[in-house]
Design a protein around this ligand. Structure first.
Ligand code: TXA
Ligand code: MG
Length: 332
């Protein structure tokens, strides 16, 4: 169990941000790779280290819900209600951006994604820094998001100036993104705040975006992918698929809720998570474990769509989609 960083470490990390450096820090969802959101140079370096295309906007992390009006404009009642109910917490609000927000942060869009994370180290860093911190997940573009400080170091190595260790992330999958820049809110990415909770707060369901990758450019179908091929299967089909891969000489891992039965010898059971919160919490570490064990295939049974299950199912589809696309000539 890692201990929290000393106050000195937070002060130094805030200083590194001020000088244009990159600081990886824990949030309740996944670790973020932070840069001063007011500095073009710092945000450009962030993109270079991530290997991320410049048209992908990045979330600005704030230390206080009151900063919503400093970073956004023309903020409607729904956005305010959601911020009041969920911040600090795993919710990103997309609102029209204030004039000072730089293009490097918004990817050239007229909007900005904002969130106040619910994690003591993150909040201490944001308070010490005193400004907005642009932070994507602290992994190289397209790879599995980090949920421990060790994951960050393994993926980014010396390219990050400071890694603050806050232990494993509580939620384990990214924030829910709700676009409040139009007439009606739309969920761009399922995440830590379930759709049921959003509906409770607003008194009506918040539909998921159906327009494809256009609105949240980073929510590409091929994302969150380990090196192993991820294949989505039903619980009923699992034993036969595992056997087919094993016969073909492929090493197989299984990711499913609860203990699976009747698996061929040699199949690695990742987990198994016994409830859907645990599934979310451990998802990325299981995908990393599959790579550490050099497995060829991960057979994954997605949980039901209720609660955080929809975020887990979404990430599994994207992890599976990565290889589907790589196999087809027209894939990116
Ligand atoms: O939980 C999280 O949200 C984590 C932690 C570190 O806070 N961050 C995270 O960032 O997942 P990232 O960059 O890996 O994913 C952010 C997503 C991308 O899909 C991006 O396109 C979308 O947010 N996004 C950011 N600003 C946006 C905007 N103005 N309009 C539409 N989508 C936006
Ligand atoms: Mg990410």
């Amino acid at each position: 169990m890692s201990s929290l960083p000393e106050p000195d470490a937070i002060t130094r990390a805030a200083e590194v941000l001020r000088r244009g450096g990159l600081v990886a820090f824990p949030t309740e969802t996944v670790y973020g790779l932070g840069a001063d959101a007011g500095s073009r140079r710092a945000v450009r370096r962030l993109y270079a280290v991530k290997g991320r295309p410049p048209e992908h906007p990045v979330i600005v992390h704030l230390g206080d819900p009151g900063e919503l009006d400093r970073w956004g404009r023309e903020i409607g009642d729904d956005a305010r209600t959601l911020a009041r109910a969920c911040w600090p917490g795993p919710l990103t609000l997309v609102v029209r951006r204030a004039p000072h927000v730089i293009d490097e942060v918004s990817g050239g869009l007229d909007t900005v994604g904002l969130r106040v994370p619910d994690q003591p180290v993150a909040l201490a860093l944001l308070t010490a820094f005193g400004g907005g911190v642009a932070a994507p997940s602290a992994n190289r573009f397209g790879r599995v998001s980090p949920t421990t400080a060790a994951d960050v170091r393994e993926d980014l190595g010396d390219d990050v100036d400071v890694v603050l260790d806050g232990g494993p992330c509580r939620v384990g999958v990214e924030s829910t993104i709700v676009d409040c820049s139009g007439p009606d809110p739309v969920v761009l990415r399922p995440g830590g705040v379930p759709a049921e909770r959003l509906a409770d707060i607003l008194g009506r369901p918040v539909p998921a975006d159906r327009s494809g990758a256009g609105r949240a450019p980073g929510t590409l179908p091929s994302h969150y992918a380990p090196r192993a091929t991820v294949e989505l299967v039903t619980a009923a089909a699992l034993p036969d698929r595992a056997a087919a891969h094993a016969v073909a000489g492929r090493s197989v891992g299984v990711l499913a809720l609860g203990p699976p039965n009747e698996l061929p010898a040699g199949v690695v059971v990742l987990g198994p998570p016994d409830d859907v919160e645990r599934y979310a919490h451990d998802l990325y570490s299981h995908l990393r474990e599959a790579d550490a064990r050099a497995l060829d295939v991960v057979l994954a049974v997605a949980p039901g769509e209720a609660g955080i299950g929809s975020a887990v199912a979404d990430r599994l589809r994207r992890a599976a989609g990565a290889r589907e696309r790589a196999r087809t000539p027209e894939g990116p």
